[in-house]
Design a protein around this ligand. Structure first.
Ligand code: PEP
Length: 248
């Protein structure tokens, strides 16, 4: 039985005061039946880590450099995230792939950096609307997942959370139906299983894309959906916590 995982990606929203209030409310709520992670903007990570110390809430960066260290202005390394107390990090979020042109190879290198430094990578994959309408959904998500399997090896998936995030459902209010999401999660799991059935059976594959308190339970009830990566609804403690409750 896979333990459910729910993460809140705050993107570039909020303020120091909001981050502190949000983390405080989540820590207070005792969400022990589910693994919970929060992904505040970089400047708020240190305080969030301090507030979550001693709780089961993991704190993570929204991105990480593919490089170990060096002259990469504006980048943040996996070692730095670890140094301030992070336990996890997003890799390959569609907004990074889309606006920063991150390639599958770069995303795989980011996942490898995270693993090297003891962070749980949350590998985001997902197709655009054009790709889905063009009948290329399976090819795209399988290519994105395959790049990380090829670079990091299947055993790495003992420590990776996979997030299926159809780009057309992120921040659009248009959620994949539970059946649509389940179909892709099953595809991803069978791709992992073709390398190692045991690892495929234990890897958490979570869904992201306009998850709200009203649709979370039905999505999380699907056989291969092990929780959610939440954007907009993670900015309100009550919404985020009711999504966590739907997973628990
Ligand atoms: C996300 O940013 O990863 C996300 C899923 O956003 P939203 O829930 O707002 O669609």
């Amino acid at each position: 039985m896979r333990r459910k995982w729910v993460g809140g990606n705050w993107k570039m929203h909020g303020s120091r005061a909001m981050a502190s209030a949000l983390v405080g409310a989540i820590v207070e709520a005792k969400t022990d039946t589910v693994d919970v992670a929060v992904f505040p903007p970089f400047p708020y990570l240190r305080e969030a880590c301090a507030a979550c110390a001693g709780s089961r809430i993991a704190v993570g960066g929204q991105d990480v450099s593919e490089h170990e260290s060096g002259a990469f202005t504006g980048e943040v390394s996996a070692a730095m995230l670890r140094d301030v107390g992070c336990g996890t990090v997003l890799a390959g979020h569609s907004e990074r792939r889309q606006y920063h042109h991150e390639s599958d190879g770069q995303v795989a290198a980011k996942v490898a950096q995270a693993l090297t430094h003891g962070l749980t990578p949350v590998l985001c994959v997902g197709e655009t609307l054009d790709e889905r309408d063009g009948g290329r959904m399976a090819e795209v998500v399988s290519r994105q997942l395959g790049a990380v399997i090829a670079h990091c090896g299947i055993v790495a998936f003992e420590r990776i959370v996979v997030a299926y995030e159809p780009v057309w459902a992120i921040g659009t209010g248009r959620t994949a139906s539970p059946a649509q999401a389940q179909e892709v999660h099953a595809l991803l799991r069978s791709q992992l299983a073709s390398d190692d059935a045991r690892i495929a059976g234990s890897t958490r594959i979570v869904y992201g894309g306009s998850v709200k308190p009203g649709n979370a339970a039905e999505l999380f009830a699907q056989a291969d959906i092990d929780g959610g990566l939440i954007g907009g609804a993670a900015l309100q403690a009550t919404d985020f916590l009711s999504i966590c409750a739907a997973a628990g």
